[in-house]
Structure formats: structure tokens, C-alpha cells
Design a protein around this ligand. Structure first.
Ligand SMILES: C[S@@+](CC[C@H](N)C(=O)[O-])C[C@H]1O[C@@H](n2cnc3c(N)ncnc32)[C@H](O)[C@@H]1O
Length: 561
């Protein structure tokens, strides 16, 4: 893997999109919330246009009859994510799908699969269509399709036409009118105007698809605009780059970068002002580094892992500790020696996670804004944020992935996982609506389930990184990962909301894809894994599971097994 970066200033430098920039300025925009989907593209006078199917205010969002209209790319600048869904649903260049399959996709919707195969996503809902020019308030124009015209068309009107024989590019057929208002273009159904209605089950027509399949210009223009829009988002994110040497796609524009959790309805987390901090005797520069390494004394380390080796030096206390532990009762941890979570190597190198925490996954507690120790305290690592540059890059068969631009050493902190924090119910609602073919970005905050006052199996929160998050949302799974995720908290009493922090689990050379195990499994012997993989492949329950493309020797065959 090369370590070449794509700088944000030179976003198009390392991917195959044409170099010239066409950030057209829209004088009028179609409001994204009024779009149902984009259903075709065409080129008129060398300009890209897209056929928009509008939503109506009524449920369901795609009623049997809706308005459709052609719009230049500039009018769709606020709705580029719809254009992206359309372009990414088309057969990929060089795909094996035949032209016939492309054209007949109308009758047999195909789903775009992971890289390598592709299809045309089409919705067969019967809709009424509007093909129009986009200039001003439109008045009905004569149809070239020979459809019947009526000022009182009922919703059942299905106008059959000789559309197949017409040059559709010169045709203006619609059942609504477009209005321009406050810089936006709106479509509304015409009740009074003498407007033509056609059966939009025929949209896009065979001719439109034919033209579209032979006209890549609008797709190239759209992909360039989409890339520019994503780079604009990335411009505000320090130290994250984008690279795609595989194809012309861009990460979803439906995704926004955030720098902290976004708590959704029903989710609460304590205000940092109310965190309990460590008090005397912790203080800045208490020893040669600073106070909180005296783990018996620092309040923030009350729930840190007990250092049993140290404790053994006090046989009486050790025996008492073992007794409490074996009884299953709460162990009084006050005053016990604890394991400090981080090591601070010399020579200005970054702190690393101690091997005990790296292997045992005991929660890590850091000091907070109310502590007596101050900013230089050695427990403050994750809260200081990412210090390495990351690149989101396109993989051959796992969608987008992430690599670090610098060498990482074992135990080095990378970044946290961010997203919207949801209740379990809201997560279930989103899961029910989710496209099974899309990736999963859900992360459970269930580390403390079963503890006192902690959430239960039914109530823990979930982080959803699909629409909001940071670069770690693009980290792929491997059955032999080089990173691990750890629970890190600045508030030892909060068992509901805490950080999901990624640390290097091995030394990772710059440019190597970062991965973690989505199932968080412990290492297994290779022969056990191979046996389980064979069983998993034969198991019909796994038919719907997503095959794992991690390529590791110990690959388990599927994600989430
Ligand atoms: C958290 S996302 C990772 C980023 C994702 N690749 C993307 O392009 O947005 C998880 C999704 O990535 C894909 N993925 C991750 N690891 C994979 C693997 N080892 N093999 C196949 N697909 C993988 C799956 O679609 C999965 O649902």
C-alpha cells in the first residue's frame, strides 16, 4: 500500500475524475426535502440534466402519481445525495451487465452489489410524470407525444402514448407546473391548467434509458460535483484525507462529520461540569510526572483494574480482596493499588496503552475537567483527541476503508467512534427501515450491562455512525485485526455514555488499512477458525449474512459470525 495522500487542496489529484472543476452556481435550487428520487439523466445542449421525481406532502411519500421534471445539475446542488444515490445505482463502467439488462431493469429491479457487480436500481411505482424545461413559471405546452389533454384529469388517468416513436428530448410533457420562489424551484400539481398527464410507470422510458446508457457526460459532471461537495465537508476536518484509485465514487454525501456525540431523543448524558474529579492529594506535578500515577490515591482510578501483583505485597489486604471477589459481592476498591492505563515513552513519543488494558479490555478511566491534576496529567489521552492523520480510501471489495498516514506503535491511540446516540427503540426503528444491502454503522454502548444502575439488554444506547460521525466510521472489519476498540470514560459513574476508543493492537506501518473485529472476539487457533468457517458456509442461517472479504488467514467467512 502506498502512503501517498490526497491533499484537501488537491482533491481531484489522485482519482480518475476529469481534472477540470465545474462547480456551477445555481440560481435556483430544488429543495432536497421535496425530492423522492432521481430516475434518469440526459444531456441537452451539452448540459447535464436529471429527472427528478418529486414527493408530495401526503403519505406515502411516493404516491401512485407524482410529478417528475428535468433539472440541470446546478438546481440540484442542495440535493446532490439523491444524484449520488442515482449515479451509484447505475451499472459501473466495465461491469458485466448487458445493455439489455440495463434497459429491462425497469421490469426487474437490480440492486447494486458490492464492488464488481452492479445493477440499475429502479423503482417500479406507477407515477405520473412531468418533463419540462426549467425556465420560470411554466405554462402548459403542447405535447409532442400525442397524449390526450384534459383540464380535469383524474388520478386514474393513464395516458398511453406513442412515446416509443418520439424523440423524447424535444418533448415537453407534464402534469404539474414549476414555480420559482425565493431562489428555489417547486413543482405542484396543476388543478386548473390544461396540463398533460402521462403514466409515469413508463418513466424513465426505454428511450430515456437508451440515451442515458450512451451518455456518460452527466454522470461525470455529477460525480465531480459530488466529489467537490464531499471535499468541502472534509475541508473543515483537520487531518483527514480522501483517496480513491479504484473508481469514481465518493463517500456518501448523506454523511456529516462531527466532533462529538449527537444525543438523540430519549438519550441523556451527564454534563461534564458535573463530573466528579480527583481531589487532594492529586495535584499538578505531584511527582516527577504528575499526581494521578499514585493509583491508590487518585479518585478517578477508583474503578481502574486492581494491580494484584502490587496488592500481594500486603497479604492480609490481598486475602480480604480475594474473599470479596470470590463472594461475588461488591469489592471495596478504595485504597487498592490500581493499574495505570497508559505508558509515557521517552523521547516525546506518544503515550501507549499498557499491555494489561490492551489484552484484558478493562474500562479505562481518565481524569476530567474537574480534577485537581491539570492538563499534563498522564491519564489524559483519549480526551486530547486524534493526533495522527487518517485517509479514507476506496478498497477493492469492502467499500471505503481507513489508513493512518503515519506509523503507529502498539497501544497508540487513534481516534474515537462518533455518531448519533440512539435509544434501543430508535435503533430498532432505524434497523427496520434500513436497506439490508447498505453497510452497518451501529455500535452498542453495552459494556456495563448487568452492573448496578447500568443499562440492561433492553435499554442500552447505540451509536449510529451512518449519517454522522468521523473517519473511524469507515474502518472495516478483519478477523485478524490490527486495532481494537476500548471503553474509555472521564466520568466513572456514567455507565451509559462513554467513549469507544480505537488503539493500535499491533505496530501498524503508515498506509496499512486499519481494521478491527466487529465481533470483538478473542484470538483463536487457526484450525478452529477454519473448521468453524466450513461450518458457517454450510449453515443455511448464514445465507443472508454478508461475506467477509478481510482476506485474513483466520477469516471466519462472514461478517458478524
Ligand atoms: C462501519 S462500515 C465500514 C465502512 C464501509 N466500508 C463504507 O464504505 O462505508 C461497515 C460496513 O463495511 C463493509 N465491510 C466492512 N468490513 C468488511 C469486510 N471485511 N468484508 C466485506 N465488507 C466489509 C460492510 O458493508 C459493513 O456493513
Amino acid at each position: 500500500m502506498s502512503t501517498h495522500r490526497v491533499s484537501k487542496a488537491n482533491s481531484t489529484g489522485n482519482h480518475p475524475l476529469p481534472p477540470e472543476r465545474t462547480r456551477a452556481r445555481a440560481t435556483h435550487r430544488v429543495p432536497a426535502q421535496n425530492i423522492s428520487k432521481i430516475i434518469c439523466h440526459r444531456e441537452v445542449d451539452n448540459k447535464a440534466q436529471f429527472l427528478v421525481r418529486w414527493t408530495t406532502n401526503k403519505e406515502p411519500l411516493v404516491p401512485p402519481r407524482t410529478i417528475a421534471s428535468w433539472h440541470p445539475l446546478e438546481e440540484l446542488i442542495s440535493a446532490l445525495h439523491f444524484v449520488q444515490a442515482y449515479t451509484e445505482g447505475l451499472p459501473a463502467p466495465g461491469s458485466t451487465i448487458t445493455r439489455n439488462e440495463f434497459l429491462t431493469a425497469e421490469a426487474r429491479p437490480l440492486k447494486r452489489k458490492a464492488s464488481g457487480s452492479a445493477g440499475l436500481s429502479r423503482d417500479n411505482a406507477s407515477t405520473a410524470g412531468l418533463l419540462s424545461s426549467n425556465t420560470g413559471l411554466l405554462t402548459p405546452l403542447p405535447s409532442h407525444l400525442g397524449v390526450s389533454r384534459s383540464s380535469s384529469l383524474s388520478s386514474n388517468d393513464v395516458v398511453t402514448s406513442d412515446a416509443d416513436e418520439q424523440d423524447w428530448r424535444s418533448v415537453t410533457v407534464y402534469n404539474g407546473i414549476l414555480q420559482k420562489k425565493e431562489g428555489r424551484v417547486y413543482a405542484k400539481k396543476s388543478k386548473t391548467a390544461n396540463v398533460v398527464t402521462i403514466n409515469t410507470a413508463t418513466l424513465p422510458t426505454r428511450e430515456m434509458l437508451d440515451h442515458a446508457a450512451a451518455t456518460p457526460g452527466p454522470i461525470i459532471a455529477a460525480e465531480r460535483a459530488i466529489r467537490n461537495a464531499f471535499m468541502e465537508k472534509l475541508r473543515h476536518v483537520k487531518g483527514v484525507f480522501l483517496r480513491n484509485e479504484v473508481d469514481t465514487t465518493t463517500p456518501s454525501l448523506d454523511f456529516d462529520f462531527i466532533d462529538k456525540f449527537v444525543l438523540r431523543e430519549g438519550v441523556s448524558a451527564s454534563d461534564p461540569e458535573t463530573y466528579v474529579g480527583c481531589d487532594e492529594p492529586c495535584k499538578p506535578n505531584m511527582a516527577h510526572y504528575c499526581g494521578c500515577e499514585y493509583t491508590r490515591l487518585c479518585d478517578c482510578l477508583e474503578y481502574a483494574a486492581v494491580d494484584e501483583t502490587q496488592l500481594m505485597k500486603d497479604p492480609l489486604r490481598y486475602a480480604q480482596y480475594l474473599e470479596e471477589k470470590d463472594s461475588g459481592d461488591m469489592v471495596d476498591l478504595t485504597g487498592l493499588p490500581k493499574r495505570f492505563p497508559y505508558l509515557m515513552p521517552s523521547g516525546g513519543r506518544p503515550p501507549v496503552l499498557q499491555s494489561f488494558y490492551r489484552e484484558q479490555r478493562h474500562p479505562i478511566y481518565e481524569c476530567n475537567i474537574n480534577c485537581n491534576c491539570g492538563k499534563v496529567c498522564k491519564t489524559r489521552v483519549v480526551q486530547k483527541g486524534r493526533h495522527v492523520d487518517l485517509t479514507i480510501f476506496k478498497t477493492a471489495n469492502r467499500g471505503w476503508g481507513v489508513y493512518c498516514n503515519e506509523d503507529l506503535v502498539t497501544g497508540e491511540f487513534i481516534d474515537v467512534y462518533l455518531g448519533e446516540v440512539l435509544t434501543n427503540e430508535e435503533t430498532s426503528r432505524r434497523e427496520a427501515k434500513a436497506d439490508v444491502d447498505k453497510g452497518s454503522y451501529l455500535y452498542s454502548l453495552d459494556k456495563f450491562v448487568g452492573d448496578d444502575s447500568a443499562p440492561t439488554e433492553d435499554t442500552y444506547y447505540v451509536v449510529d455512525g451512518q449519517y454522522m460521525g468521523n473517519a473511524t466510521r469507515f474502518i472495516n472489519h478483519s478477523c485478524e485485526p490490527n486495532c481494537r476498540q476500548y471503553t474509555v470514560s472521564e466520568n466513572k459513574y456514567d455507565t451509559w455514555v462513554y467513549n469507544l476508543a480505537f488503539f493500535a493492537y499491533t505496530d501498524i506501518p503508515a498506509g496499512t488499512e486499519l481494521t478491527f473485529d466487529y465481533m470483538d472476539k478473542d484470538e483463536e487457533e487457526e484450525e478452529d477458525v477454519l473448521r468453524k468457517r466450513q461450518e458457517a458456509v454450510k449453515d443455511p442461517n448464514n445465507a443472508d449474512k454478508r461475506p467477509c472479504n478481510c482476506g485474513a488467514q483466520k477469516c471466519r467467512g462472514y461478517l458478524w459470525v
